[in-house]
Design a protein around this ligand. Structure first.
Ligand SMILES: NC(=O)c1ccc[n+]([C@@H]2O[C@H](COP(=O)([O-])OP(=O)(O)OC[C@H]3O[C@@H](n4cnc5c(N)ncnc54)[C@H](O)[C@@H]3O)[C@@H](O)[C@H]2O)c1
Length: 438
C-alpha cells in the first residue's frame, strides 16, 4: 500500500518506519525542514532505541522516504495518517487541534483518488467528524473515508509496542474505510494482534480513557506511598501485594515523583475539559490532575527536608532529567518542577542525563551539566535520582559517598534498597517508606 504520514515526530516517525517495515511504501512528511533534512541524512531527530537502524534499513529498501512536500506524497496514497501534535491549548487546557485541522486542509487539496484519512494523533471525541467536514467542504467532489486509529506506543519502547501491540483500535464509520485499515495492519493481524473495530467516536474516547486510567493508577499508588511514609509501611510491598491480584495487575504501580511526559498531562486535562463540556464531569480524573500537579513540587520539598530543612547555597545533584528512561523527551518532565522548586529555595543545581541534556538546556536556567553520574555527585550536598535510567541502577555507592559533601541520597524511583545505601554510608530517602537513619 502507499501511505503518507503527516507529521514526523515521535509517533509519525516510529509509525511510518514500522509500517514501511511491514512492506508498505511510506512517505513521512513534516513541515519542519530541519527535521526532514536530518532524516534524509540518516540522523534521527529524537532518541528512540532501535529507530536509526529501522529507518536506515527501510530507506535502503526504498520503502521509506522523508519530505516537506505533502502534495505528491498524498496524491495516490490509499491511507493518509495525521500524526501531528495536539498540545494543551494555552489558557483552557483543551487539546489544540489547529495542527490537525491545518493538516486536514492540506490533505484535502492534495488527494487525487479514494483514500482513508486517519487520525493517529490523540484527539478529542468528535475531531474525526470535523476532519470529515473540512475535507468535504474543501473538496465536495472528493471520495474519502475518515478513520480514527489512536496510537498506544510508549516512548523508549516504541518500536516493540508498534510491532507487537496489545491491541489496535480502529474507529471507522463505513466498511470501505475499515477494509483499508485492515489492509494497513494485515501483517499484525497475521500475528494475531487483536484488532478492535469500533465507531469513530468510541476509538477517540478509548485513547483518552486508557491514558486517564493509567495516570489514575500511578497517582493512586503515589498517594498510598505518602500514607506509607506516615504509617511506617512500605509502598513497594503494598504494590506487590495488590499487583499480584490479576484484577489489579502489577504495571504502573511504581511510586515516584508524579507522571509527566508528552501525553498523560495533556490528555488527562483534555479529557477533563471534554467531560465538563458535555456536562458529565470526570471527577476522579480532575482529582488525579490536581494531585499530580502538586506532587511534582512536593518532591522539591522532600529534597529540602532530606537536606535538613534548607538547601540555600547547597549543591543539589540530579540524576535524570527526562520524564522517563530511554527517551530524550523533556515535555512536562517532573524534573522541571523539582528544579524550579529547589532553585526557588536557593539551591545550586547540577544535573546529568544520558540523553536528555540537549533538550533540557533551553528549558532550564542556571543549571550546570555534568558529564556522568559521578561528576554530577562530586561535592554535592544531596544526590537526587529523578529518572531511573539503567546507568543509575548500579552506581558505586561507596565511591559516591566518598566524593559527596553530605551523604544524602534522595531516591525518587526507589532504585536502591535503603539498607544497601546505608551499608555504604549514605542516608537513603526513598518514596513510600521510612527514610533510613544516619
Ligand atoms: N509521544 C508519544 O509517546 C505519543 C504516544 C501516543 C500518541 N501520541 C499522540 O500523537 C500525536 C503526535 O505526538 P508526537 O509526540 O509525535 O508529537 P511531536 O511534536 O513529536 O511531532 C509532531 C510533528 O508534526 C509536525 N507537524 C505539525 N503540523 C504539521 C503539518 N501541517 N504538516 C506536516 N507536519 C506537521 C511537527 O513539525 C512535528 O514534527 C499527539 O497527538 C500525541 O498526543 C503521542
Amino acid at each position: 500500500m502507499r501511505i503518507a504520514m503527516i507529521g514526523s515526530g515521535y509517533v509519525g516517525l516510529v509509525s511510518g518506519a514500522c509500517l514501511a517495515d511491514f512492506g508498505h511504501e511510506v512517505v513521512c512528511i513534516d513541515k519542519d525542514p530541519e527535521k526532514i533534512a536530518a532524516l534524509n541524512e540518516g540522523r534521527m531527530p529524537i532518541y528512540e532505541p532501535g529507530l536509526d537502524a529501522l529507518v536506515a534499513e527501510n530507506v535502503r529498501q526504498k520503502r521509506l522516504a522523508f519530505s516537506t512536500d505533502l502534495k505528491p506524497a498524498v496524491a495516490g496514497a490509499q491511507a493518509v495518517f495525521i500524526a501531528v501534535g495536539t498540545p494543551s491549548r494555552r489558557g483552557d487546557g483543551f487539546a489544540d487541534l489547529s495542527y490537525v485541522y491545518a493538516a486536514a486542509r492540506a490533505i484535502a487539496e492534495a488527494l487525487t483518488g479514494y483514500a482513508v484519512v486517519v487520525t493517529k494523533s490523540t484527539v478529542p471525541v468528535g475531531t474525526g467528524d470535523e476532519v470529515e467536514r473540512i475535507l468535504r467542504e474543501a473538496r465536495p467532489d472528493l471520495d474519502v473515508g475518515v478513520a480514527s486509529n489512536p496510537e498506544f506506543l510508549r516512548e523508549g519502547a516504541a518500536i516493540g509496542d508498534f510491532k507487537r501491540p496489545d491491541r489496535i483500535v480502529i474507529g471507522a464509520e463505513d466498511a470501505r474505510a475499515a477494509a483499508v485499515m485492515q489492509e494497513v495492519y494485515r501483517p499484525l493481524y497475521l500475528n494475531q494482534a487483536p484488532i478492535l473495530f469500533t465507531g469513530r467516536r468510541t476509538a477517540e474516547l478509548t485513547k483518552y480513557a486508557a491514558n486517564a486510567f493509567l495516570a489514575t493508577k500511578i497517582t493512586f499508588i503515589n498517594e498510598i506511598a505518602d500514607l506509607c511514609e506516615q504509617v511506617g509501611a512500605n509502598v513497594q510491598e503494598v504494590a506487590r501485594g495488590i499487583g499480584l491480584d490479576n484484577r489489579i495487575g502489577s504495571k504502573f504501580l511504581h511510586a515516584g515523583p508524579g507522571y509527566g511526559g508528552s501525553c498523560f498531562p495533556k490528555d488527562t486535562l483534555a479529557l477533563v475539559k471534554t467531560a465538563q463540556d458535555y456536562g458529565t464531569p470526570v471527577r476522579i480524573v480532575e482529582t488525579v490532575v490536581a494531585v499530580n500537579d502538586q506532587r511534582k513540587r512536593a518532591m522539591a520539598r522532600k529534597v529540602i527536608a532530606a537536606c535538613g530543612g534548607s538547601v540555600r547555597g547547597k549543591r543539589v545533584a540530579l540524576l535524570g532529567l527526562t520524564f522517563k528512561p530511554n527517551t530524550d523527551d523533556m515535555r512536562d518532565a517532573p524534573s522541571l518542577s523539582i528544579i524550579a522548586g529547589l532553585q526557588d529555595a536557593g539551591a545550586r543545581i547540577v544535573a546529568y542525563d544520558p540523553e536528555g541534556m540537549e533538550q533540557a538546556r533551553p528549558l532550564l536556567q542556571g543549571v550546570d551539566y555534568a558529564e556522568d553520574a559521578y561528576a554530577c555527585a562530586e561535592g554535592a550536598d544531596a544526590l537526587v535520582i529523578v529518572t531511573e535510567w539503567n546507568a543509575f541502577r548500579a552506581l558505586d555507592l561507596a565511591r559516591l559517598k566518598a566524593m559527596m559533601a553530605a551523604p544524602v541520597l534522595v531516591d525518587l524511583r526507589n532504585v536502591y534498597a535503603p539498607d544497601e545505601a546505608r551499608r555504604h554510608g549514605l542516608r537513603h530517602v526513598g518514596v513510600g517508606a521510612l527514610a533510613s537513619r544516619d
